[in-house]
Design a protein around this ligand. Structure first.
Ligand code: CU
Length: 262
């Protein structure tokens, strides 16, 4: 038994050391910024002022657009995945706050052909001790308006606006989408992953001490028209209910890589 163990240990060590050659050097960090450029049908999104028309033929204006991006991972051209340390990997993109449109992380220098992230906040972090939920995750500060309660957790994606198609007071419509699955009393799970290939729009060449910027287009038109065609008249308000999965499925397709600035 003992020899089996030492053979296993040796194997493990050699596997690890073999793998190590492939892993990018960690002592040469650079910066990767991911820019979230919110648009509607190829045009810039403007809050409150511009009227858009969705695929159901309904006019609408957007007053609020906010969503969480987390757990960023990148894959280099050799196929090796780099996971950004989780504590540095939560971002709240808020259309009304220009400074929030870019998620910046530190990764080893290298050439990266894929970026992946979660839309929302993973279940573990949803229920983690409040002391470890700071900044944009602090329910009393950065996450203000983006948090329901310990049981229901964060609102992953929030869009609000007005539409003549809405019969709600003030013609408002709102989608507040969240739900992390839960453990003791499982709820709806709207955590969605996005993987974007960068080879067509340009791989990210992160230099040591420098920066590469991945520019994404985030098309709200696709939020209304994905696997489900949404109608504001039929569903002006969607929050914590089963229908929300249709919306999270739609918004998992709104991200497109446009270009990279190296
Ligand atoms: Cu750009």
């Amino acid at each position: 038994m003992k020899s089996y163990l030492s053979i296993a240990a040796l194997l493990f060590v050699s596997l690890v050391s073999c793998k190590k050659d492939d892993v990018p050097e960690n002592n040469n960090p650079g910066r990767l910024s991911i820019e979230f450029d919110n648009i509607v049908d190829g045009q810039n999104l403007f809050l409150n002022t511009v009227t858009y028309t969705n695929s159901s033929g309904e006019n609408y204006k957007v007053s609020t657009l906010k969503y969480y991006i987390s757990n960023i991972k990148v894959t280099n051209t050799a196929g090796v995945e780099v996971v950004v340390p989780q504590d540095s990997s939560y971002f709240l993109i808020d259309e009304s706050d220009e400074a929030s449109h870019s998620a910046e992380v530190t990764i080893p220098k290298g050439e990266y052909r894929q970026v992946a992230f979660t839309i929302g906040v993973d279940s573990l972090r949803n229920t983690m001790d409040i002391a470890r939920r700071t900044g944009v995750l602090d329910p009393a500060a950065g996450a203000n308006g983006m948090y329901w309660s310990w049981n229901s957790g964060y609102i992953f994606f929030k869009i609000e606006g007005v539409s003549p198609a809405s019969a709600e007071a003030g013609n408002v419509f709102m989608y507040h989408i969240g739900g992390f699955g839960g453990y003791s009393s499982p709820t709806i799970n709207n955590i969605r992953e996005v993987k974007l290939d960068l080879t067509t729009g340009g791989i990210a060449k992160v230099p040591a001490g420098g920066e590469s910027n991945i520019h994404l287009m985030v098309d709200i038109a696709k939020l209304f028209n994905g696997s489900t065609q949404l109608s504001i008249a039929a569903k002006p308000v969607v929050m914590f209910d089963d229908f929300s999965a249709n919306i999270s499925n739609n918004y998992s397709t709104i991200f497109r890589h446009d270009h990279t600035e190296n």
